[in-house]
Design a protein around this ligand. Structure first.
Ligand code: SF4
Length: 385
């Protein structure tokens, strides 16, 4: 009597956020030695080395003159997954593996097709619907064998990818949606060509707005720049203003700054109040009128510190709210930018906040939210009281 075949299909790498999906369709043509059957278990519980060992034995059986097993593997890459979604890509991988296997055995000799999982696919190659049951690879030897073959193919792909992306540590993490993966995906350039970019967390990273570090010289000046820029940029405010004197005034302004960040839901970094630094740069310049040399140095040291912070945070763009006040000389500020730009090859977002009524609008904002407005620039020399 003609042998009837049961075909078993399983997949590997369906759930990670990167890489292709791999499916294996397999059938046992003849009885397999017990010694091998005993080794085949749920492939998830086997070590990589053990899987490889069994895989090699299965390959030998498939290339004998009278093969004891027939199998076929199909790989559907991440580009197709992004195009048709993972469920359809998995179906495609299984369908292709199945139709290749059906070149080796006649369709009329197929008794049934069994698939691990509950996707309820139908295949035009078959007259009957496949049977779907969850977690078979832990119980059925043939599903275990199909699973081992699919996983070893996947491991070989991982090995190749790990040569291209050694930093991903793919051999140890198959890059499921773990916290580690989420923490890794912070910037668009972290997304590799094997990532499944249609997956929400990956897509979100690619859609990320460009990051901008916004130096805030005082909070009223920061209000409108934050409101206007936050739609376009992912803003982080940077508070570094040790020029403000005395400490009570500094605390008042810092408190108001934090209030604005809270209202606008913007993260901020508060840097140290190193007044010594300000007094050092302003030595001999105490009597300078506003907008002159002392102010130039006052802009410079804060901008330099902001650039340092931006570099530390891998933020390419930075700017400052210093230009909003009519008491500041924006030409001097732009000059410093230009110098820092040339020296550091960084990108500065040059915005003259004086334009477009930003100052006037900042007054309206502070009035609306009942927020304190200072009445002098900041340093002891500008406080004429
Ligand atoms: S007047 Fe303003 S900008 Fe000039 S040194 Fe004082 S705090 Fe700095």
């Amino acid at each position: 009597m003609q042998k009837k075949y049961k075909i078993w299909i399983d997949e590997a790498w369906r759930w990670p956020w990167l890489g292709p999906v791999v499916a294996c369709a397999l059938t046992f043509a003849w009885n397999i030695e017990n010694s091998l059957l005993n080794k085949i278990n749920d492939s998830k519980k086997l070590s990589e080395k053990k899987r490889e060992e069994i895989f090699n034995e299965l390959i030998k059986l498939s290339i004998e003159e009278k093969p004891k097993i027939y199998f076929w593997v199909w790989v559907v890459d991440n580009y197709i997954i992004d195009e048709i979604n993972i469920k359809q890509a998995n179906k495609e991988a299984m369908k292709r593996a199945l139709s290749e296997l059906l070149r080796k055995i006649k369709i009329e000799d197929v008794d049934s097709v069994l698939i691990d999982w509950n996707d309820n696919y139908t295949f035009s190659e078959l007259t009957k619907k496949p049977i779907f049951i969850i977690w078979w690879d832990a119980k059925i030897i043939e599903i275990g064998a199909a699973s081992i073959i699919a996983k070893v193919f996947r491991d070989k792909l991982i090995w190749t990818y790990s040569l291209i992306y050694p930093n991903l540590n793919l051999e140890n993490h198959k890059w499921y949606g773990t916290k580690k993966h989420i923490d890794y995906l912070t910037w668009p350039d972290k997304v590799t060509w094997i990532h499944r970019v249609s997956y929400k967390p990956v897509k979100k990273v690619l859609e990320n707005k460009e990051k901008l570090l916004l130096h805030v010289c005082c909070w009223p000046d920061a209000t409108i720049p934050i409101v206007d820029l936050k739609d376009k940029y992912d803003i982080r405010c940077f508070w570094y203003d040790p020029n403000i004197h005395p400490k009570e005034e500094y605390d008042k302004r810092l408190k108001a700054f934090k209030k604005v960040c809270k209202i606008e839901k913007i993260p901020f970094i508060e840097w140290e109040y190193d007044t010594k630094k300000f007094f050092k740069i302003s030595t001999w310049l105490e009597k300078c009128p506003e907008k002159w040399e002392r102010c130039k140095k006052c802009y410079d040291f804060r901008l330099e510190r902001t650039l340092y912070e931006a570099k530390k945070l891998w933020i390419n763009l930075y700017t400052t709210t210093l230009t909003i006040s009519p008491h500041k000389d924006e030409k001097k500020i732009f000059k410093t930018w230009e110098k820092l730009n040339n020296e550091n090859n960084e990108q500065f977002l040059i915005i003259d906040f004086k334009k477009n009524d930003w100052f006037k609008r900042s007054i309206e904002y502070t009035t609306l939210h009942w927020i304190y407005r200072q009445n002098y620039c900041g340093c002891i020399y500008s406080n004429k009281k």
